[in-house]
Design a protein around this ligand. Structure first.
Ligand SMILES: [Zn+2]
Length: 67
């Protein structure tokens, strides 16, 4: 009997995880304005505006800074 409860809990938990994941992209869209730009070769560098890396001249990519 306990096992079925555990399975039910797992099912609810995975449903919640899937829901959270499907909500992810929307949240990311909102945060895109705040995201900074970084160089793929120099992840420690961050820039407020798009452009090229000051070290290697590579094109900057957007970085999600929600975490
Ligand atoms: Zn670079």
């Amino acid at each position: 009997m306990k096992r079925s409860i555990i399975i039910l809990c797992l099912a609810v938990w995975s449903l919640g995880t899937i829901t959270a994941c499907s909500n992810g992209p929307k949240a990311t869209e909102k945060h895109q304005k705040k995201s900074k730009y970084t160089c793929t070769m120099h992840p420690d560098l961050s820039f407020d505006k798009p452009g090229v890396c000051s070290k290697c001249g590579m094109e900057l990519v957007e970085r999600d800074t929600t975490e």
